[in-house]
Design a protein around this ligand. Structure first.
Ligand SMILES: Nc1ncnc2c1ncn2[C@@H]1O[C@H](COP(=O)(O)OP(=O)(O)OP(=O)(O)O)[C@@H](O)[C@H]1O
Ligand SMILES: [Mg+2]
Length: 508
């Protein structure tokens, strides 16, 4: 770092004193530094619904681009549900609801659920009969307590019931007290006069609150109960970015959970209720991102099918499980696929999948360096500001320290990528330098990250291989010094290393 003559600070960098003054874009794609081509194509992929493959080394912004792409999509408009099929419970049906229908339903359901009130706001006799109020002393307590905590008496006063049916109430109250260990009953029906008309009101016990259902709410509830039971497996209110790196088959494609009661209508859980969406379904109308794509192995084939059909059944995937006989057909999975991998692994991507991406999208080789220009130096300053803001635990950096980060970026471009007059785009590691310097500044209670902090961090944050090289002269020298003689003798590799070449028996 010091073997480089000091550069003049270019004009753009003089536009700020500390990174505090650098504005960070609200567009996540604008925060990606130096990957203009990838960002341009990501915008197209988002607006046109194209698939995308990002190839390049670690820490250059592939995941960042994929995530930013997802934020550029419009919000999902469809919710996916699984509906009980009374004719054949093991073949639940899929139901897709548009967002306006979903919000109408939520409203409707809310109104069917009545209104919650504090027990003290309920009519006194209702609060008593539901077990919230002690009939002897008038104290309020949880209906879970059969005895009043204030006067130690049973809360329910059977003689003082003020209902039109004292016997029913007496029995009801008694049974509940002895059976459930709770005071009162869980539901009271009364009438009230409203706008000159008599109407039925139901008060229900709801934990520490009382639920009130008026005539309209009761009617809504009745209508709601008439609908077939259903389960939302992909909610309207979802994250449009689904990370499926290293997913198992069931995580990727969905599953039907096991039920020890085999879906018995009374004891078990109904099949529709055990259906779980896979990542491909959760990514419906969003982005399915798979980092290290080749590691998915044979599962790539399923992704290919899902991409082609835009629908994929959910079935129980464990043959031992009671879920195995359940299947939901035609579950939508219309996603933008974004894959990432490094150059060495490229040939492990299933070729039909490659061709699918190529035919309906873009493949990009990300950049590892960018030219050392005034503009690009300013972009690195922006990057430092972003890293500091994102980290949240370290102070902003002075212009001088940013200049040193830039020098380091230049040095790394030369040593790692053999590229002169360039700046590295292996930015995860450069971000590590900023964070390490920030930690040192925090330790010193410094207001800003300064040049000396970067210098310290550079010394401390050297990879361990380099530290070994310094101490032992070479990396291999370190390896042999690190093993004492006896260790070498007993090392599992000892025989192999020392004898295998002259003793073929070693292979058998
Ligand atoms: N081009 C870039 N612009 C701005 N910041 C970047 C860039 N590249 C990397 N970074 C920073 O490094 C972090 C890691 O980058 P990211 O996860 O996108 O790398 P990647 O290419 O997906 O790496 P990997 O191959 O290891 O998954 C980002 O969160 C960001 O802070
Ligand atoms: Mg990544």
């Amino acid at each position: 770092m010091t073997d480089e003559p000091e550069e003049e600070t270019p004009a753009l960098l003089e536009s700020f004193e500390t990174t505090e003054e650098i504005k960070i874009s609200s567009d996540p794609l604008e925060r990606v530094v130096g990957q203009e081509e990838a960002v341009r194509l990501a915008r197209i992929a988002a607006s046109q619904g194209r698939h995308f493959l990002l190839v390049g080394p670690p820490g250059t912004g592939k995941s960042m681009i994929a995530q930013a792409l997802a934020l550029h999509l419009s919000r999902p408009t469809e919710e996916i549900r699984v509906v009980h099929n009374p004719e054949n419970p093991e073949r639940p049906m899929v139901e897709v609801k548009e967002s306006d229908e979903v919000s109408k339903e939520t409203e409707f359901k809310g109104s069917a659920e009545g209104e919650f009130i504090d027990p003290k706001e309920a009519p006194v006799n209702v609060a008593e009969r539901l077990g919230y109020r002690c009939a002897n002393c008038g104290g309020y307590s949880s209906p879970k307590e059969a005895f009043c905590p204030k006067c130690q008496q049973t809360k329910v006063s059977y003689g003082r019931s003020t209902t039109n049916n004292p016997f029913g109430d007496l029995l009801g109250g008694l049974v509940e007290v002895t059976m459930a260990g709770m005071a009162g009953r869980d539901r009271v029906t009364t009438t009230r006069k409203r706008f000159g008309k008599e109407e039925v009101v139901v008060f229900e016990r709801a934990g520490e609150m009382i639920k009130v259902l008026d005539q309209q709410a009761l009617e809504n509830r009745r209508n709601f109960e008439k609908l077939s039971p259903r389960k939302v497996i992909v909610p309207i209110d979802r994250n449009p970015f689904i990370l499926a790196t290293g997913a198992s088959e069931t995580e990727l494609l969905g599953d039907v959970r096991h039920d020890p009661y085999g879906g018995h209508p009374q004891l078990g859980t109904q099949p529709f209720d055990r259906v779980v969406a896979g990542a491909i379904h959760s990514a419906h109308q969003g982005v399915l991102f798979v980092d290290e794509l080749p590691h998915l192995g044979h599962l790539q084939r399923f992704i290919l099918t899902a991409m082609q059909e835009k629908r994929f059944p959910i079935a129980g995937r464990n043959p031992q499980s009671a879920g195995a006989s359940v299947r939901v057909d035609n579950v939508p999975c219309d996603f933008i696929f974004v894959g990432a991998c490094n150059i060495q692994d490229l040939h492990h991507i299933l070729s039909p999948l490659r061709s699918r991406i190529n035919g309906g999208g873009y493949e990009v080789l990300v950049e590892t360096v960018m030219p050392d220009t005034d503009d690009n130096r300013m972009k690195l300053a922006q990057f430092v500001a972003q890293e500091i803001t994102m980290d949240g635990k370290i102070p902003h950096a002075t212009r001088e320290s940013v200049g040193m980060v830039i020098e380091e970026a230049k040095k790394r471009a030369r040593t790692i990528d053999n590229s002169d007059k360039s700046l590295t785009l292996r930015l995860r590691e450069l971000g590590g330098l900023v964070r390490a310097a920030g930690d040192i500044a925090v330790g010193e209670r410094a207001k800003y990250i300064e040049g000396k902090h970067i210098r310290d961090a550079l010394r401390r944050a050297r990879p361990v291989e380099e530290q070994i090289k310094d101490r032992y002269g070479s990396f291999l020298g370190g390896v042999s010094k690190d093993m004492s003689t006896s260790e070498r003798e007993s090392s599992p590799y000892h025989y192999w290393n020392e004898h295998a070449h002259d003793d073929k028996a070693g292979y058998r």
